[in-house]
Ligand binder design. Structure first.
Ligand code: PXP
Length: 241
């Protein structure tokens, strides 16, 4: 099975918000992504609502026909209420701090173990699949398993940064991390800075990959290639046989 492509539409909301109106129309773009082959839609609302707003999440929920993945920091009470209300297919827990430009680190699953056990149990009791954002670090993955999360999302920025210089070295820690996750029977997602340049190699080297969520590069590529073509090209990168 090829990994699923979940398109992160935060950048569409950023563009819309820059003029205060409704262009581009986020709901239409999300539905078009699905029509063009995306197997999921990801949103990452932040407390300042600078891109996806809480209202967007409520508006998208009844319209989507693929997997809805909501990312964010559960230490925000409003985020927890939103996720429990909407009951998406998946919630991805990310340890963002206020004002952070984008996610830049995974959970310390050892330090936050008791907190994560409780919050994950809460989401799982509502029937929501849980994933936690972690660096490709064996100890953090072992810690993730102990929290009861269904999946990890591997934070791929370090891979993407090193890829063009030395792709074998760039993927190394991710191969070890994925092996350990598989031994522990925890599912593997991945995201951050994945692109048309580096995605295929990642997917071939991490054969148990279940899902990638991709926003920035995909939306940037679509300026030149068009959204439909771009989504098709990303899907092609995920084909490993
Ligand atoms: N995963 C997480 C947890 C993220 O915060 C983001 C960015 O919002 C992504 C994946 C997608 O990263 P990118 O926009 O670089 O594709």
């Amino acid at each position: 099975m090829n990994a699923k492509l979940s398109v992160n539409i935060n950048k569409i909301a950023t563009l819309r918000n820059s003029r205060g109106g409704n262009n581009p129309n986020l709901l239409n773009v999300a539905l078009d992504c699905e029509r063009y082959g995306a197997q999921g839609i990801t949103v990452h609302p932040r407390p300042d609502e600078r891109h996806i707003t809480y209202k967007d999440v409520y508006d998208l929920n009844p319209l989507l026909t693929t997997e809805f993945n909501i990312e964010g920091n559960p230490k925000e009470k409003k985020f927890v209420e939103l996720v429990l209300d909407v009951k998406p297919a998946q919630v991805t827990l990310v340890p963002d701090v206020q004002g952070q430009l984008t996610s830049d680190h995974g959970w310390d699953t050892i330090k936050n173990k008791n907190y994560l056990i409780d919050i994950i149990a809460l989401f799982k009791s509502a029937g929501i699949r849980t994933s936690i954002f972690v660096d490709a670090n064996i100890k953090m993955i072992e810690g993730a398993k102990e929290t009861g999360a269904d999946r990890i999302e591997l934070y791929t920025e370090s891979y993407a940064k090193l890829y063009s210089k030395n792709k074998e070295q760039a993927i190394e820690s991710f191969i070890y991390a994925a092996k350990r996750a598989t031994e522990l029977n925890i599912g593997i997602n991945a995201g951050h800075d994945l692109s048309l340049e580096n995605l295929h190699y990642f997917a071939t080297k991490i054969p148990n990959l279940l899902e990638v969520s991709i926003g920035h590069a995909l939306i940037a590529d679509s300026i030149y290639l068009g959204l439909e073509n771009t989504i098709q090209l990303y899907l092609l990168q995920l084909q490993i046989n």
